[in-house]
Design a binder for this molecule. Structure first.
Ligand SMILES: [Zn+2]
Length: 161
């Protein structure tokens, strides 16, 4: 299941990525027009997530050639819960919240000059984004993200350290 979030749903795209799901975000592309978004959704087999009922009038949506879920204006946690429940999504290893790239585990030796020395000393596992090259590790920031995902997915599905 892959998603395409319209220009209003950037926060939802980031949280879907944190939960390990492939979510593109309209504003990261060059063309945010409705027609273009519908084309991308069809071409890449993505479910279009939008708060804009106007999309329902588009022929490809009416004809069922492109899938769409209307997401109400609400706090992002509520929006995420809606998408998770609607499609029965499971929590997976996180993707890069910035660019949607997949994260690969890398040993601390590989990131020595990319992270602060204290972090490299204190942590054993690091992840590098195959898309943008950013390096991540489990720290207080990730703990907060994880706690929020726990609330949406339920504690039993917790992954990682
Ligand atoms: Zn990235």
């Amino acid at each position: 299941m892959k998603f395409l979030c319209d220009a209003m749903l950037g926060a939802l795209a980031k949280w879907l990525r944190a939960a390990g799901h492939d979510a593109r975000y309209a504003r990261e592309g060059t063309d945010v027009s409705d027609a273009h978004l519908v084309r991308v959704a069809m071409k890449e087999g993505r479910v279009l997530l939008t708060s804009d009922r106007g999309f329902l009038e588009r022929k490809a949506i009416r004809d069922g050639e492109a899938a769409l879920l209307l997401v109400p204006h609400a706090p992002v946690e509520k929006q995420l819960r809606l998408v998770v429940e609607r499609f029965g999504l499971e929590r997976r290893p996180s993707r890069c919240m910035e660019c949607n790239g997949e994260l690969e585990a890398v040993p601390s030796g590989a990131v020595l000059n990319l992270v602060p020395p204290k972090v490299a000393e204190a942590r054993e596992s690091f992840f590098r984004c195959e898309g943008c090259g950013r390096v991540f590790w489990y720290g207080s920031h990730w703990a907060r993200i994880g706690a929020r995902l726990d609330r949406v997915f339920g504690r039993s599905s917790k992954v990682g350290a």
